[in-house]
Design a protein around this ligand. Structure first.
Ligand code: ADP
Ligand code: MG
Length: 550
């Protein structure tokens, strides 16, 4: 160490360091993410310079981490551009000055898309875990290597190093605080790197062992990614060998700069009722993890979606942990949610048979969304598929509407245990011969959905078990042109003076179960039906509750 010079930080560093250490970073471990991002930036810059010089040997770029438990040290080295003496003084001596941002400005954005740094504070996170930090660096612009050293208390020292042991690059040595000893253990450090920096462009090794082998394929153009790579990435993020149902790989720059790769699984854990799916979409900024399994990125009812959202526009306070209330995250959530719903709709139109099969397994999520989130009602409804009397396949509501009789004002649904029971349902009987399409509903919660949503395109949802007289009235006109009328003509009818005594007699016999007995022309084959204020779904629920003594 020669020509030692003492200097003071340019801004009120002590105060700022406290802010960086205590407020900006809530997790100590993120210092590693920051230093690895810086190392990656330094290499990216060198790669750019090489390309300018037509020097295409890629220099065996690499980032090395060494953990030394005995010395309580962690060392991060890269063979990127390195610092000149002035850069050490200016870039590390001035908080909130980003040499990387400067670099991007100089070379133009398009040429430096992979540069991560922009805020000029990341480096100082090393003082969260270190009580002293040394930066030894050698730039190709100078013949000498230099060392920057500080304990983060307002002053730093700069000196010349005779032989640093490498021809170009940077070596950062952190002397860890006693309470931060864990960061000198290779096993712990590997886990942190895997968590935050697994997708850094350049090979990272810890004590000689290389491991960030998964590529950030979401940042590539979808035409350059092979199906095999998609499958590999899916297996990596989902821990599943079973193939996914569909994938959405897209890139937009308005209203936000987003690169995203999302997978729609083919099966889910909630099916068996064992467990809740956990949100598995992670938020990245330029390949660096901001938040794993980010709850705020999608509504809870889309918790089956798995993948990555990479957004370049995250401001400092967001990319550094504290993002919950941010309006930007709200915006991001909206954009991604809409895109996922649109994508599912596209899939449904492209591969109806496969989509219908998928829908049968995932319908509860969609219906949960319908019940919970008025904002997305229209899109979610488009994704729903229904059993109907006129087709063995599931159909969309759009299809139902196209099959409605001219003049039909309502959408009729029947709650049934299964398709076969439709034939013997006295509630469906009056509809026979009318040509009115009926939705068959085999799942009780669906009724709640119809009630929550109320109507579709102005057509009200009506349970065929609903108001007796109203339904008879409504469907009467559709019966006119059918044979049922002649049939009822030939049936023996009751004389009007017999009606009242008959009804009274029935009511009396069934007391106290029934409150009202009326005669109607609604039925053709069944002699009578029992009608309840409660729908059959509600009745079943009440019965279940009674059985369980709730
Ligand atoms: P940011 O990365 O947001 O610019 P940092 O505080 O992390 O801010 O780093 C400050 C500056 O120091 C960077 O902009 C870069 O110019 C320089 N720098 C940091 N780490 C390295 C490194 N390993 N090699 C070369 N330059 C570096
Ligand atoms: Mg940085």
């Amino acid at each position: 160490k020669q020509d030692v010079e003492q200097m003071a930080f340019k801004t009120e560093t002590k105060k700022l360091l406290d802010i960086v250490a205590k407020s900006l970073y809530t997790d100590k471990e993120v210092f590693l993410r920051e230093l690895l991002s810086n190392a990656s930036d330094a290499i990216e810059k060198q790669r750019f310079l090489n390309s300018q010089k037509d020097n295409n040997d890629d220099d065996d770029f690499k980032i090395q981490v060494e953990c030394n438990t005995n010395k309580r040290q962690i060392i991060i080295s890269d063979n990127g551009v390195g610092f000149t003496r002035d850069q050490l003084i200016n870039d590390l001596g001035t908080i909130a000055r980003s040499g990387s941002q400067q670099f991007v400005k100089e070379v133009g954005k398009g040429s430096a898309d992979n540069i991560i740094g922009q805020f000029g504070v990341g480096f100082y996170s090393s003082f969260i875990v270190g009580d002293s930090v040394q930066v030894i660096s050698k730039s190709e612009k100078e013949s000498q290597a230099h060392m920057w050293q500080s304990d983060g208390n307002g002053e730093f020292e700069i000196s010349t190093v005779g032989d640093c042991g490498f021809k170009r690059g940077t070596r950062i040595i952190i002397h860890l605080r006693p309470e931060c000893q864990e960061f000198s253990k290779a096993e712990d450090v590997k886990k942190i790197i895997q968590k935050y920096s697994n997708f850094i462009n350049f090979p990272i090794s810890v004590n000689g062992e290389r491991f960030n082998l998964v590529q950030a394929i979401w940042t590539r153009s979808k035409f350059s990614v092979t199906e095999e790579e998609y499958v590999k990435f899916w297996e990596y993020i989902s821990n599943q060998k079973m193939k996914y149902f569909a994938k959405l790989h897209y890139e937009v720059d308005v209203p936000l700069n987003i690169k995203s790769l999302l997978y729609i699984p083919a099966a889910h854990a909630e099916k068996m009722g064992f467990s809740q799916e956990q949100m598995a979409v992670s938020l990245y900024c330029k390949k660096v993890l901001i938040k794993a399994n980010c709850q705020e990125l999608l509504p809870n009812w889309l918790r089956f979606v798995k993948g990555v959202v990479d957004c370049e526009d995250l401001p400092l306070n967001i990319s550094r942990e504290n993002y919950q209330d941010s309006s930007l995250i709200q915006k991001l959530k909206q954009v991604v949610t809409k895109r996922v719903l649109k994508f599912l709709d596209e899939e449904a139109n492209k591969n109806p048979a496969e989509y219908n099969k998928w829908f049968q397994d995932f319908q509860f999520f969609i219906k949960e969304g319908l019940a919970m989130d008025v904002d997305y009602q229209e899109q979610l409804f488009k994704l729903c598929r229904f059993n109907v009397d006129y087709s063995k396949d599931l159909v969309s509501l759009e299809d139902y509407v196209s099959k409605m009789k001219p003049g039909q004002q309502k959408i009729y649904y029947a709650l049934l245990p299964n398709r076969e029971s439709a034939d013997s349902s006295p509630f469906i009987e009056p509809f026979k011969g009318t040509g009115i399409p009926i939705i068959y509903t085999f799942i009780n919660i669906d009724e709640m959905i119809y009630q929550t949503v109320g109507s579709y395109k102005g057509f009200q949802f009506v349970n065929v078990e609903g108001d007796f007289n109203e339904i008879s009235q409504d469907i009467k006109k559709f019966k006119k042109d059918t044979k049922t009328e002649t049939k009822s003509d030939t049936q023996s009818k009751m004389d009007s003076d017999e009606i009242t005594p008959f009804c009274l007699w029935v009511k009396n016999e069934l007391q106290p179960i029934v409150t009202k007995v009326v005669v109607s022309e609604r039925l053709t084959n069944s002699p009578a039906i029992v009608q309840s204020q409660m729908s059959s779904a509600m009745r079943q629920m009440v019965m279940m509750m009674e059985q369980n003594n709730v």
